[in-house]
Write a protein that binds this ligand. Structure first.
Ligand code: FES
Length: 67
């Protein structure tokens, strides 16, 4: 998803791009992420308030992000 954002002119910070540093963390406004990072705790994953777009995806057809 990080590369899709960049391809559409939305620049977000990143470092590891493998889901372990947390640099790319974005706020989720709607929808459900498929968390594939190793940064968020179990409680944070369940809350779906943020996600790491370098490795994570969406479970729902749309994901609204605070960009
Ligand atoms: S760039 Fe490190 S977690 Fe996304």
């Amino acid at each position: 998803m990080l590369h899709a954002l960049r391809d559409n002119g939305i620049l977000t910070d990143s470092d590891c791009e493998e889901g372990y540093c947390g640099t790319c963390e974005l706020v989720v406004l709607g929808g459900v992420p498929d968390h594939r990072d190793t940064v968020l705790s179990r409680a944070e994953r369940a809350a779906h308030r943020t996600f790491m777009p370098c490795v994570s995806r969406a479970v729902t057809p749309t994901l609204a992000l605070d960009l």
